[in-house]
Design a protein around this ligand. Structure first.
Ligand code: PLP
Length: 449
């Protein structure tokens, strides 16, 4: 017997594909119907239409080598066949259940996360974004510790909610109505522009000691948590010295706090060799927050804690879409691909190759003041003059435009908008790096400072 549902399915199948919009139409509607604060890259905005592994096509059919991956999110390539197949199967079986029912998909992902996260991290709370992951982590730390104050770092980015914005310390992302109640910001470990005007290693990593000074002066003297990205992402791929987090960990514990590692950008092999950035610093965090690259582009967030911390959550909580079956299978498939294709090693090896090529570019182009990063998370800080280190944001925009003209997509960040962020999929090869560096070389030659 034919049901109304099967009739409407037949009808939908009989419909011709809806006509695609033109580039101009998309941009006109973007301007008309979206909040203007949702800014796009490039002098002539790009309209993304489809992706396949390391390539992205715009709506006019131009192919680009994608070295930004939708802000460090496309971990294993656009539409990776394994991830796509799992998503399709799940959409046809059960796209949604909510957290009022247990599902096999959700617990299988949680079990996998317990296996790959460092130390005793074992229990997950799933949400839809990095912002929510950080919100949940801070709330949990306050419940666990009985303290309220949180120490975060200048140049940090934690998300777009009010609490996440108050943790954030980049003025562009904190406009109007953002007040950091219960959040104190310490100086960040930014060796290229040391906030304490010292030099590593003779500085003795004094920036780590500033955490203690901040706790003593800008909090009640006891803290709920210290929250930081292991490599500051939006702040401009700022990599702390190797002693930094161990020193900070000792201080945080002395004042009763939990150590929260924000791995939204650095998670899932991005930094090479390890699953999570913090593992490079040999610290076992109490909580990891993650999102972006975890599910290769499907919306996800996770707050992963030790059992005693997770068990301290008082009352109830819910996230309707948290642990959604489609997202959960996408995340698990992404993790499997990283394991099957040995991508922790690939990110380490190809990342080192990439770094060497970027340092060679720096020798050739005075615009590049600093090269930094880990694995396949590499940044270039562009400056007008290497001595004064005056930031070069206009040249950064020109450079991005020229790279795009030659078929390469890259990102940017930094307080001054002068840091190029490079984050290709973890399964790229040396030949992709060669191509990207060749384009960057050509583009740098076309930038006027
Ligand atoms: C380090 C870090 N934390 C948190 C967030 C917020 O994540 P989302 O945009 O998924 O809310 C971001 C986003 O860029 C981030 O880079």
């Amino acid at each position: 017997m034919s049901t109304p549902a099967s009739e409407s399915l037949r009808e939908a199948e009989a419909q011709p594909q809806a006509p695609r919009m033109s580039r101009d139409e998309v941009l006109r509607k973007h301007k008309q119907y979206l909040f203007p604060c949702v800014v796009t890259y490039y002098t002539e905005p790009l309209v993304a239409a489809r992706g396949e592994m390391q390539y992205l096509w715009d709506i006019e059919g131009r192919r680009y080598l994608d070295f930004f991956g939708g802000i460090l999110t496309v971990s294993v390539g656009h539409c990776h066949p394994k991830v796509t197949a799992r998503i399709k199967q799940q959409v046809e079986r059960l796209p949604h259940a909510s957290t009022v029912y247990a599902t096999e998909e959700m617990v299988a992902l949680a079990e996998t996360l317990a296996r790959i996260t460092p130390g005793r991290l074992e229990k997950s709370f799933f949400t839809n974004s990095g912002t929510e992951a950080n919100e949940a982590a801070v709330l949990l730390a306050r419940m666990y510790s009985g303290n309220f104050d949180v120490v975060a770092l200048r140049y940090g980015y934690s998300g777009h909610s009010l609490l996440a914005k108050s943790l954030t310390a980049l003025s562009n992302w904190r406009k109007s109505g953002v007040i950091s109640v219960g959040v104190a910001h310490a100086v960040n470990p930014y060796c290229y522009r040391c906030p304490l005007h010292l030099s590593y290693p003779s500085c003795g990593v004094a920036c780590a000691e500033d955490i203690e000074e901040t706790i003593r002066t800008a909090t009640s003297g006891g803290i709920a948590a210290f929250l930081a990205e292991t490599i500051q992402g939006a702040g401009g791929f700022i990599v702390p010295p190797r002693e930094y987090f161990k020193m900070v960990f000792t201080i945080v514990k002395k004042y009763g706090g939990l150590f929260i590692a924000d791995e939204v950008q650095t998670g899932f092999g991005r930094t090479g060799k390890h699953w999570f950035g913090i593992e490079h610093w040999e610290v076992e965090p109490d909580i990891i927050t993650t999102a972006k690259g975890m599910a290769n582009g499907t919306p996800v967030g996770a707050t992963i804690a030790t059992p005693e911390v997770a068990n301290a959550f008082k009352g109830l909580t819910i996230s309707t879409f948290g642990g959604n079956p489609v997202t959960s299978v996408a995340a698990k498939a992404t993790i499997e691909v990283i394991e099957e294709e040995h991508l922790l090693d690939n990110a380490h090896r190809v990342g080192a190759y990439f770094r060497q090529k970027l340092e060679a570019l720096q020798q050739k182009h005075a615009l590049i003041g600093d090269v930094r990063g880990m694995g396949l998370m590499q940044g270039l800080e562009l400056v007008k003059d290497r001595k004064t280190k005056e930031p070069a944001p206009e040249a950064t925009n020109q450079f991005m435009d020229r790279c795009r003209d030659h078929g390469l997509l890259i990102g940017k960040g930094g307080l001054y908008g002068n840091v190029i962020r490079l984050s290709p999929p973890l399964n790229i090869r040396e030949s992709d790096v060669d191509q990207a560096v060749e384009i960057m070389d050509k583009a740098l030659g076309q930038v006027s400072v």
